[in-house]
Each structure stands twice: as C-alpha cells, then as structure tokens.
Design a protein around this ligand. Structure first.
Ligand code: HEC
Length: 103
C-alpha cells in the first residue's frame, strides 16, 4: 500500500511538473518571439487592430497558427510570425489560454 501511494504521488508530481514546464516554455517563447510586442503582455492587446489572445481556446490558437503557416489564413504580420512559432504552437497556446482576458 505504501508503495502504491508513493507511485501515485510521483505520478501527480510528474504531471504537475510537465504542465508547469509547458506553461513556462510557452510564456518564454511568447516573449522571446516578440508576440507580446503586438498582442500585449499576457495576451491582452491594447491596440484595437490586434486581437487579444488571453483566455482563447488552446486548439483554436494552434489551428490559427497552422492556418497562418500554411497561408490558408492571410495576414502579412502573422504569415511572417507563425512559422517562427513552429514546434511551440501548443505550449504558447496553453500559456495564452490560461491568461485572464480581463486584466
Ligand atoms: C507585428 C505584429 C504581430 C506580431 C509580432 C504577432 N502577431 Fe499575431 N496577429 C497580429 C495581427 C494584426 C493579427 C490579426 C490578423 C488578422 O486580422 O487576420 C494577429 C492574429 C493572431 C492570431 C489569431 C487571433 C484571432 O483573433 O484571429 C493568433 C493566434 C496570433 N496572432 C498569435 C501570434 C503569436 C503566437 C505570435 C508570436 C509567434 C504573434 N501572433 C505575433 C499581429 C502580430
């Protein structure tokens, strides 16, 4: 019984560290790639011509980045930016999805 509970605790801990790692990676890439310079700190844009990304659905954000990468969705800025997010689409999206759109 002791062994089972320690395996369980290890599992919870591993799950927690993987998800917090993904979030910090997404956060780091969001700022390193310069996404924040347009979309704002924490994905809250203060410019009416640039959409806010805070609190958006993870799969939807990933899908939009793929559309910009393939050219299926056209926007000069994003067709240039989205390829740079290659490999980090999901971690960036996960980071943005948990940001509060209100603040
Ligand atoms: C130079 C400014 C600029 C930068 C830098 C930029 N974006 Fe954008 N982004 C835009 C604009 C403008 C739009 C709206 C495009 C449109 O109207 O179709 C947009 C749209 C998006 C959308 C779709 C949002 C929606 O509501 O439809 C996502 C997701 C996105 N950007 C993610 C990112 C990520 C991730 C990065 C960093 C890799 C990034 N952007 C960097 C300007 C920028």
């Amino acid at each position: 019984m002791k062994k089972i509970s320690s395996i369980f605790i290890t599992f919870i801990f591993a799950t927690f560290s993987v998800s917090s790692l993904a979030n910090s990676e997404g956060e780091a890439m969001y700022s390193a790639l310069g996404c924040a310079s347009c979309h704002g700190a924490n994905g809250r844009s203060s410019d009416d011509s640039i959409p806010s990304l805070a609190g958006k659905d993870v799969d939807w954000i990933v899908q939009q980045l793929e559309y910009f990468q393939s050219g299926e969705r056209q926007n000069a800025y994003m067709n240039a930016m989205a390829p740079m997010a290659e490999g980090f689409e999901r971690s960036i999206a996960e980071y943005l999805s948990i940001q509060d759109p209100q603040k």
